[in-house]
Design a protein around this ligand. Structure first.
Ligand code: NDP
Length: 343
């Protein structure tokens, strides 16, 4: 069984030499009486948050983290779609297609509860959709916009990393909800996708802007009601400067801060502005919202069927390509949900 491990903790931008492809013999049958399930991993997810699990464990990290840290040399747990090869758990049988926590590996031996394993209720859509538009990315967009942002028809919504997995779905949901939507992304090709294929009202390449604050003022002459933040730092500061009174900042992620080896000193966030404009800033974790997963999934499946939402995916092939797929997230190489096909 081949799998990807980190060689050591990573405290900045990840590079290929931080990773190794390891292999170990694998038992392809479950231990009788063990409730083990042996999975052949078909598709695995590649997500920015994993870098935060790869850092050197500090006491503040340890107390704030809800996902376990990654140990160098060991297989790395991730979301995936897999086929059951053998099962000693009566709820699963050989041939079932499942989603849940697997590994950056060809095979995984798991227990249903620990891996939140679910049989796919439909094979109507490509299996990859269960990692993106119908999976955790979609749920993050949905929960962030509707539960945290409490978006209303007519709201003016800004989303960063808008061509990424979560970002493009935030924009699509917001458009379906009757909002004015602007996205930022790192290339002209991504900007074109947002405007021409995904129905965003406007989009801009943030790498080509001299001053993000005035760029946002240009796109939001009447202010921003909801900022869906995927990147943090300068973009967050520029968005806050353009927020309307009672605006909401939905903090989904802060990718520009994940790879800073030193935490940034101070903050240029204008706190007085936040007070006087009564801005609400709230983070969230998608894992707290699994109770709305089925609701979200059936609504989104309906939108896909009727052509109202589109999946944007970016797929690499082979376990050995997982590190480059992962590293690429921090350089904007992906368009849409980054996935690695294993089998
Ligand atoms: P994406 O598919 O958006 O991939 C990451 C993208 O981020 C890149 O393609 C790149 O696009 C952009 N990016 C990379 N580095 C920077 C930078 N320094 N500044 C600005 N943009 C950058 O990933 P996801 O959709 O999976 O995740 C998006 C965000 O949501 C992440 O912060 C992630 O951690 C978070 N997240 C949070 C969840 C939660 O429960 N709170 C759940 C899932 C995701 P570009 O070319 O536009 O720069």
């Amino acid at each position: 069984n081949s799998f990807i491990a980190i060689k050591h903790h990573i405290n900045g931008f990840p590079v290929e030499s931080d990773f190794e492809l390891k292999s170990q013999p694998l038992r392809l049958s479950a231990h009788p009486g063990s409730t083990d399930i042996v999975l052949k991993n078909l598709f695995v997810s590649v997500d920015p948050y994993q870098i935060n699990r790869m850092k050197t464990l500090s006491p503040s990290h340890a107390s704030s983290s809800v996902t376990p840290f990654i140990t160098p040399g060991l297989a790395i747990s991730v979301h995936g779609v897999a086929e059951v090869v053998d099962s000693d758990d009566s709820k699963f049988e050989k041939g079932d297609i499942v989603e849940g926590i697997v590994h950056w590996a060809q095979y995984s031996v798991v227990k249903a509860g620990e891996s939140a394993l679910m049989k796919l209720d439909t094979l109507e859509f490509p299996l990859t959709y269960h990692l993106g538009i119908l999976g955790m990315s979609g749920l993050s967009a949905y929960v962030g916009l509707f539960d945290i942002g409490r978006v209303k028809e007519g709201d003016k919504v800004f989303v960063s990393a808008a061509s990424g997995s979560v970002g493009n779905l935030v924009g699509q949901f917001a458009k379906l909800h009757g909002c004015y939507v602007v996205g930022s992304a790192g290339s002209d090709q991504k900007v074109a996708l947002l405007k021409e294929k995904l129905g965003f009202d406007e989009a801009f390449n943030y790498n080509q802007q001299k001053d993000l604050k005035s760029t946002l003022t240009k796109y939001f002459p009447n202010g921003i009601d909801i900022y869906f933040d995927n990147v943090g730092y300068e973009m967050l500061e520029a968005a806050v400067a353009n927020m309307n009174p009672f605006g909401k900042v939905v903090v989904c992620g802060a990718i520009s801060e994940y790879t800073k080896s030193m935490s940034r000193k101070g903050s240029a966030l204008n706190m007085v502005d936040i007070v006087y404009k009564r801005i609400k800033i709230q983070g969230f974790l998608v894992s707290d919202y699994l109770n709305v997963f089925q609701d979200f999934k059936s609504k989104t499946a309906g939108y896909i069927r009727s052509g109202k939402m589109k999946a944007v995916e970016d797929i690499s092939v082979g376990v050995h390509n997982i590190p480059s797929a992962f590293i690429g997230l921090f350089h904007g190489n992906n368009i849409g949900k980054k996935i690695v096909k294993l089998a």
